[in-house]
Design a binder for this molecule. Sequence first.
Ligand SMILES: [Zn+2]
Length: 255
Amino acid sequence: MKWIDSHAHLDDRAFDKDRAAMIARCSEQAMGVLTIGSSLRSSHEAVRLANRYRNMWATVGIHPHNAKFVDEAALIELRELAGDELVVGIGEIGLDYYRDLSPRERQRQAFVQQLALAIELNLPICLHNRESTDDLLAILKNAGEQHYGVVHSFLGEGVLAEEFLALGLHLGIGGPLTFPKNDVLREAVKHIPLDRILLETDCPYLTPVPYRGRRNEPAYVRYVAEEIARLKGVSVEDVARQTTENSIRLFRLSD
Ligand SMILES: [Zn+2]
């Protein structure tokens, strides 16, 4: 594998018409993909896809948008799904106070419960955080001094990056790094050690320049890597190699 897209939603309806062709393009580019669960349904689908295609793995979890559906039965089902050998993490889990699609109290409860599951199963976490940093950090710190996982689609400034790094977390960097308005993120990325960065697309969302506005797909992580290389003054090959190693190590990936 030359590349790994550490955060894709390959079960998304946006891929229904050409999913197999899109996944074939990933193989042609020697690209591994983690397809991320966001509900029980999509977690099942992620596991199914990972078992069907080579160099594909799944995470299972319930997104904060869907936190209102997390109950005892859902947690039992997630635990069972996590037993599949191609499930390499719990996520995406966390908080989203921007869209508030589930009540905040339910979001916090669902996050605490799924974080505990990840710790118990010794699986890395894939974190979603939008306008909820204080509560997210408080819950993480309450659960342990060090964590094992990635803050997906990190968008913050350098100080916040350092805080997540100090907790042992990796930072997922995607398409927004290429958006003109994100100078603060570009400045932060200059200072994040390359061995703590994971490449991601969050496809079908957050398409990088030059394809912004169109559907995103894993093959476009190349444009994120090019921007990281430019900011850090290293080669694109170095970014690809190091970030691939990071994902393999963090998620303990094997063929
Ligand atoms: Zn996502």
